[in-house]
Design a protein around this ligand. Structure first.
Ligand code: G
Ligand code: MN
Length: 246
């Protein structure tokens, strides 16, 4: 896998898909999350969960992350300038010494405005001091930080007060629990509502992920979420698909 990842980097086999994020107040698209995919020459399109572990362990996530960021900045250059762009970064990439400078350099080279750029980080329960410092530097530069997949894994409540988080993205499994038949749905709703309330009290934007049905969309609106994301609003698509749609 590691040798193949190295080839993938040299041959530019990584692609980026963009999934819309929609304001639950106005129904307007406020921005897109960039989602990495590996177009393997034989195996086809591979999702990050199937190569991220190898990429992290080998350290290749660092050049892969920078190459992806370059590609994203180039692809969004022609977009309408009110749109946000949210990019996922691995804790390992954020922990490297020059991470903040390399990210800021890439944004500067492509004229990507800081106030439209969002850094998404997951699993902050295991975040290092170095990654926290990177997040602080980026935040001080006017870049927003989103805590991704909140409430399902390592994402910790301590991170909410310790790190400069602007956006709270509740994990999709919590959204899906709204339609679960085995467990009480009222509880799922109360959990979601409580997280939205914490976000609001902390002055953070709240985003519900993984919305697949009209019922789930209605429930997260009732629960108080600012923004929604999921197949119900739009699947991840290549950038040209969105440009044509605009
Ligand atoms: O960055 P994050 O870990 O939140 O990635 C979410 C993943 O879930 C992406 O790879 C995306 O393709 C996928 N996804 C996005 N919206 C939906 C959805 O509504 N349903 C399902 N099953 N998957 C989704
Ligand atoms: Mn994400």
């Amino acid at each position: 896998m590691v040798r193949e990842l190295r080839e993938a980097l040299d041959d530019h086999q990584f692609e980026v898909l963009y999934q819309p994020q929609v304001s639950l107040k106005s129904s307007v698209i406020t921005g897109y999350e960039a989602l990495l995919r590996w177009r393997h020459p034989l195996r086809g399109l591979i999702e990050p969960q199937d190569f991220m572990r190898s990429a992290e362990m080998s350290g290749l996530i660092i050049p892969i992350g920078l190459q992806a960021l370059d590609l994203i900045c180039a692809q969004i250059a022609g977009w309408d300038d009110h749109l946000n762009i949210a990019v996922n970064f691995s804790p390992r990439q954020l922990s490297t010494k020059n991470a903040a400078r390399e990210i800021l350099d890439t944004l500067r080279r492509s004229d990507t405005p800081h106030d439209k750029f969002i850094v998404e980080v997951t699993e902050l329960g295991v975040v290092s001091q170095d990654a926290a410092a990177t997040l602080q530097t980026l935040h001080d530069e006017g870049i927003r930080i989103a805590l991704d997949d909140f409430g399902a894994g390592f994402a910790s409540f301590a991170a909410l007060s310790e790190l400069p988080i602007d956006i709270l993205k509740v994990d999709q499994t919590l959204t899906w629990a709204l339609s679960e038949t085995k467990h009480p749905r009222e509880r799922a709703f109360i959990v979601l509502e409580s997280i939205a309330e914490i976000a609001e009290k902390l002055g953070m934007e709240s985003i519900a992920e993984g919305i697949e049905t009209a019922d789930q969309a209605a429930a997260v609106v009732r629960a108080g979420y600012d923004t929604g994301q999921g197949y119900y609003f739009g699947k991840p698509l290549p950038t040209d698909a969105h440009i044509t749609a605009m």
